[in-house]
Design a protein around this ligand. Structure first.
Ligand code: CP
Length: 314
C-alpha cells in the first residue's frame, strides 16, 4: 500500500494487521523510559492542513516523532496557499523537498486522491515518491479516525465482529461516519446509523448499514454508541433541526445513556459540543472511551506510517 486515502483501501485482513501493529507498538512503548523507536529515522513526514485540527494533526506529529521521523507541520494559513498557490503546486513543492509522506486535511472531498495521483505521476520529476495519507477530505472520509475507533472498540469490547454499533447525529456532513460505517462493516459489525432525515446523505441506502430515526429505540441493544460532531461550519447557516431540537432528539443525555446495556461503550471523535451532542457527565463517565480514542490515535497513526514507509505490518 503506497497511500491511505479511504478505508476501502483496506480489506479485513489488512485493517486487522494495522490494528495488531498499533497494539504491539502500544505495548512496546507503554511504561518504558525509552519513548522512541528508530524505525523511520531519515524519513520526512509533513502534515499539510487546510482545515483546523487538534487530535489528528498532533497525533500524527507525535507518531512521527516517536518513530524518529523528521516531522514538519504546515498550515494553509501560514503558507504560500494564502498567496494563491494551488494544491497541485503545493504538492509538487513538498515532494521536491523530499517529503516521504504528506498527511493532508482539505475541505474538498477527493483532494487526497488527487494528491496521490500527482505523487504517483510526478515521482520522476520530483525525485521522491511521496505517500499521501487522507486526514479528512471534505465530507468524504477520515480513514485513520475509523481505524483508531476500531482499535478502541476492540480494546473495550474484545471483538468487533457481531457487535452492534450505533452512529448518531450529523451523518450528512460527517467523513467520520462514512469511514466508520465502511470499516466496521468490513470488520463484521452490524452498524446502525441514527439521525434525523435532514442530516442523512443521499445514497445512505447503499451504505452497509441500517438507518433508524429513533435513538431511544436503538440504545438498549447497542454494544457501542458513537456520537458525531454537528458540523455547523459546513451548514452555511442552515442548521436544521435547531441545536435545542437536536439535543432533545439526538443528544446523549444522562437519561438516554442509562438506556444502554451496562457493557456498552460511548465514543465521540471530538471535538465535542458538550450539552448538545453529549452530556458532560456522560462524556466523563466510565462508559466513555473518548480519551482512549485520542490515545489510540497516536499508536494507530504510528502503525499507518510504519506500514506505508517501513514495509508491511508483519
Ligand atoms: N477527530 C478529529 O479529527 O479531530 P481533530 O479535528 O481535532 O483532528
Amino acid at each position: 500500500m503506497k497511500h491511505l486515502l479511504s478505508v476501502t483501501d483496506l480489506d479485513a485482513a489488512t485493517a486487522t494487521a494495522l490494528l495488531d501493529t498499533a497494539d504491539r507498538l502500544k505495548q512496546a512503548l507503554l511504561g518504558r523510559e525509552v519513548r522512541k523507536l528508530p524505525t523511520l529515522r531519515g524519513r520526512t513526514v509533513i502534515t499539510m492542513f487546510y482545515e483546523n485540527s487538534t487530535r489528528t494533526r498532533v497525533s500524527f506529529e507525535i507518531a512521527g516523532k516517536w518513530m524518529s521521523a523528521d516531522t514538519v507541520n504546515v498550515s494553509a494559513s501560514g503558507s504560500s496557499v494564502s498567496k494563491g498557490e494551488s494544491l497541485r503546486d503545493t504538492s509538487l513543492t513538498l515532494s521536491a523537498m523530499g517529503a516521504d509522506c504528506v498527511i493532508v486535511r482539505h475541505p474538498a472531498s477527493g483532494s487526497a486522491h488527487r494528491m496521490a495521483a500527482w505523487a504517483d505521476r510526478d515521482r520522476e520529476m520530483t525525485g521522491t515518491h511521496t505517500s499521501i495519507v487522507n486526514a479528512g477530505d471534505g465530507t468524504h472520509e477520515h480513514p485513520t479516525q475509523a481505524l483508531l475507533d476500531a482499535a478502541t472498540l476492540r480494546d473495550r469490547l474484545g471483538s468487533i465482529a457481531g457487535r452492534r454499533i450505533g452512529i448518531v447525529g450529523d451523518v450528512l456532513h460527517s467523513r467520520v461516519a462514512r469511514s466508520n460505517v465502511l470499516l466496521l462493516a468490513t470488520l463484521g459489525a452490524e452498524v446502525v446509523v441514527i439521525a434525523p432525515p435532514t442530516l442523512l446523505p443521499v445514497g445512505v441506502a447503499e451504505w452497509p448499514c441500517r438507518v433508524s430515526p429513533s435513538l431511544d429505540a436503538e440504545l438498549p441493544a447497542l454494544d457501542a454508541v458513537m456520537m458525531l460532531r454537528v458540523q455547523a461550519e459546513r451548514m452555511h447557516g442552515s442548521f436544521f433541526p435547531s441545536s435545542r431540537e437536536y439535543a432533545i432528539g439526538y443528544g446523549l443525555s444522562e437519561a438516554r445513556a442509562a438506556l444502554l446495556p451496562e457493557h456498552a461503550v460511548v465514543l465521540h471523535p471530538g471535538p465535542m459540543v458538550r450539552g448538545m451532542e453529549i452530556a458532560p457527565a456522560v462524556a466523563d463517565s466510565p462508559s466513555s472511551a473518548v480519551l482512549a480514542q485520542v490515545a489510540n490515535g497516536v499508536h494507530v497513526r504510528m502503525a499507518v506510517l510504519y506500514h506505508l514507509l517501513a514495509g508491511a505490518p508483519e
